[in-house]
Design a protein around this ligand. Structure first.
Ligand code: FEO
Length: 395
């Protein structure tokens, strides 16, 4: 449903309640998502972002509820990722005279995606486009999260269109944060940050500083996914600053896979050691867990304890992806340890420790390896591992 979010500013996007996988199958979206596009009707008409192309007819229908799409004068592409640029071809067919406003990097990325002879209007930080009574001002935001990302700020109404920053994969009945379930909203905002923006924390902090120093009044933050932050919009900015600092909570995560339950029993014993010291924690069996939920929990936790049996002198294949995430996402301030069972060769624990070192996770205890099924003595060693990690979490 088209929703007016400011004076002559309309949400004309699409709620995709059924979406469960994003980025191909890289990211789970268990609460769906929205592709937010914003139509601004002033003396000139602007469209900020489009939607993923399977939904282009819905986008056009939503725009037509407000105005003939042929009357669009300015199209802003805040970055070229296809969930927002996918309907550009349809829009530019309807409004071929429109200025297509992009960042410098956007010329390359949009050109590379669509190979169309569009005439780009290239802008950088400090540039603006007049819509008549109001202006759209632009702020480049490289690598938040694409190289071409930029924000747009609507003067007069003081709305910051923040591209993917401050967004959530969260389909909702209503468009604004004050009408969303606050627990779900923050779970999704954190999942989004942890899975997508973790590597860019320093840039997040610098960009927030830059925007604060511009002294722009901000009455709403309108991201490209999820709800619009209208009630106390700076609350999500403050949360982003906290998340960018990556100060972990005093909690732990134990993640493992298992073949014949030996490593599972070890994981549970590690958990008992953590519990004895009163450290909150969760156990995730990676064969049946959502990888992105695990990443979010790693983001929150100070300690990451990983277990795998040895298979073919290495790890079970369900463990390897999360180790790659641990390295690739660049988590900071983490401590960790490893454990695992084996039959005839026992490389898994050492291999996990090597991954932890590569990921700059500080080892706080030697790993525990157990041959065949653990004895009560072995399980006590695992509990001891949990206690040692717990002490480091609480130190
Ligand atoms: Fe939601 Fe970077 O696209």
């Amino acid at each position: 449903m088209v929703t007016e979010i400011g004076r002559g500013v309309y949400w004309v996007g699409v709620a995709d309640w059924a979406l469960r996988q994003f980025h191909g199958h890289e990211l789970s979206t268990l609460r769906g998502s929205t592709y937010n596009a914003y139509l601004i009707v002033d003396e000139r008409v602007a469209l900020v972002d489009t939607v993923w192309d399977p939904f282009e007819d819905e986008l056009l229908a939503h725009i037509r509820e407000v105005i003939d799409p042929a009357k669009i004068d300015v199209v802003v592409a805040t970055h070229a990722e296809p969930d927002h640029s996918g309907s550009l071809r349809a829009i530019m067919r309807e409004a071929p005279q429109a200025d297509l406003v992009v960042s410098r990097m956007g010329v390359d990325s949009l050109g590379g995606h669509y190979h169309q002879p569009w005439k780009y209007h290239v802008v950088g930080t400090g540039d603006s486009v007049s819509l008549g009574e109001r202006d759209l001002q632009f702020i480049e935001a490289r690598l938040l999260h694409w190289p071409d990302t930029m924000f747009a700020y609507l003067t007069g109404d003081n709305i910051l269109f923040s591209s993917d920053a401050f967004g959530q994969h969260y389909a909702t009945a209503f468009r604004t944060n004050d009408r969303a379930d606050q627990r779900e909203l923050y779970e999704e905002a954190l999942k989004y940050y942890a899975n997508i923006l973790t590597p860019f924390g320093a840039r997040v902090e610098r960009k927030i500083q830059e925007i604060l120093e511009m002294n722009l009044p901000i009455t709403a933050i309108a991201p490209s996914h999820g709800v619009i932050w209208r009630e106390n919009p700076m609350q999500i900015v403050e949360r982003y600053r906290e998340w960018a600092a990556q100060t972990p909570e005093r909690r732990a995560i134990v993640l493992y896979d298992t073949m014949w339950h030996a490593t599972r029993r070890m994981a549970e014993a590690v958990g008992e050691g953590l519990a004895e010291r009163g450290v909150p924690h969760k156990l995730f069996h990676m064969a049946v867990s959502d990888r992105n939920e695990v990443i979010t929990e790693i983001f929150r936790s100070k300690a990451v304890i990983i277990g795998s049996p040895t298979l073919n002198r290495g790890l079970l294949p369900t463990i390897t992806p999360i180790l790659e995430d641990l390295r690739g996402l660049g988590f900071q301030h983490k401590i960790g340890a490893a454990f695992g069972s084996y039959g005839w060769s026992g490389e898994s624990t050492r291999e996990i420790e090597a991954h932890l070192e590569r990921s700059h996770v500080t080892k706080v205890a030697d790993g525990v390896s157990v041959k065949w099924q653990p004895t009560e003595e072995d399980l006590e060693r695992c509990r001891d591992l949990g206690r040692t990690v717990a002490d480091a979490v609480l130190a």
